[in-house]
Design a protein around this ligand. Sequence first.
Ligand SMILES: [Zn+2]
Length: 484
Amino acid sequence: MLPNKTQCLVFLLAALSGGIMAVAPAQPAAPAEGTQAGASRPNVVLIVIDAFRVDRIFASNHGVPVMPFLSRFAADSLQFVDAMSPEAWTKPSMASIYTSLHADAHGVQSGAKYMLEPDEAPESADALPAAIPNIATFLKAAGYDTVGVQTNPNLQARFGFANGFNRYTFLKGSPGIFVTPEVLGEIQKAKAPFFLYVHYFDPHAPYLALPPYNEAFGGMPQPPPQEEALLLERQVDFCRDLDRFCLGLTDKHAFPPLSAQGNAYLRRCYDVECRLVDDQIRQLVEALAAQSENTLIVVTADHGEELWDHGELGHGKTAYGEVLHVPLLFHHPGRLPGKADSTPVGTIDILPTVAGFLGLPPDARWQGVNRLQAQAGLPAQVQFSQCRGAFPGFPRDFGVAKIGPDKLVLDRKKNTALLFDVVQDPGETKNLAEARPEKVAELRRLLEEHTARMKSVCQSLPHEVGALDDETKQAINALGYLAK
Ligand SMILES: [Zn+2]
């Protein structure tokens, strides 16, 4: 079994004996026997980066590009620069990418019910129903070899995320350096045309500054004050403590807020993770290019990450841009232009856009649209999202509606509203709700109509739960999604 993120630092340090590991460039994968060289239908590769802040793609740290490969790759891609995640945490967001349904429509929301009702059985969590078509079942029916390599315990086969895949490998919480070799092996085995889904767990917490990537920005900065070292070492415990505080299970935070120095150190660790995943994507893209030029590569994130932008760390608790604004790149040299497109889109558009690119007819149930075609009308211009948390009874429930620069965050628990102009104020620091009540009312009406429609759809769809065995609970817990 491959090491997960919390185990691998020890593993690496032991293996390196104090040295810096040289990461060998990927060997180009030879075409496998049985592959259809020159097959008319392109391969499709979906790369999802977990907990990834879109602002890191073109960022620099100490004058050094954080993601030198992905920034070039984005410039060569059809890059949707205003893409929104449908939810603020992994499972509902990925269920939306899979199905092209909004989160309230598929209803795959709950991470674990036993947390609040520990005496209630069974211990289970929502699962993606097999009866709902998804991107893998759709492409398999179109003749694709379907392969998944993923790392997040919330996306295991027991929760329905292997539906439609011929092969689905789960590498529990593994850093990308262990994931990429598995993926390269799958590329060699896959029969063209293939659909490959790769889910990198970096840069999800804990943010490990693994060698050699920790040298990318001139070495690590001055360590934070002693009293903050505990938080930096125990980011997952911090996130879990925050969940417990939100749920009312504790009456105060167990960890102190980070100083500017501590935050700078944490952000450096996060950027090191981004550089690591940048290097993994480089290896993967080079291997794909060596095998076939006819490959559509889609790069996105399930959601972003808060690094104390609004006083918290992690994701799944708020609906600010650092959590909901995600990258969305479609890359196919020769068939797609390298250009930035400012159309407001969502990751629910991935499946219809892939289908449109392949010339396959869309499923009438999809709620996203093909973004390779111009879309007219209001619904295509409004972005909807939400943050309901991973647990039943979570005391935060935010609905989001955005048109152009105006973004409404409706706090349904407190019946209060935030309104931001994300062009003038991309950091979402100035609440304009009192100054612009007419815009709040307009967006609120659209949001409530949308939510009612989605809940109606949800009632017409099947629902499933997946059992949580002890190992799964342990794995999810280790990543901060459950309280002890
Ligand atoms: Zn995630």
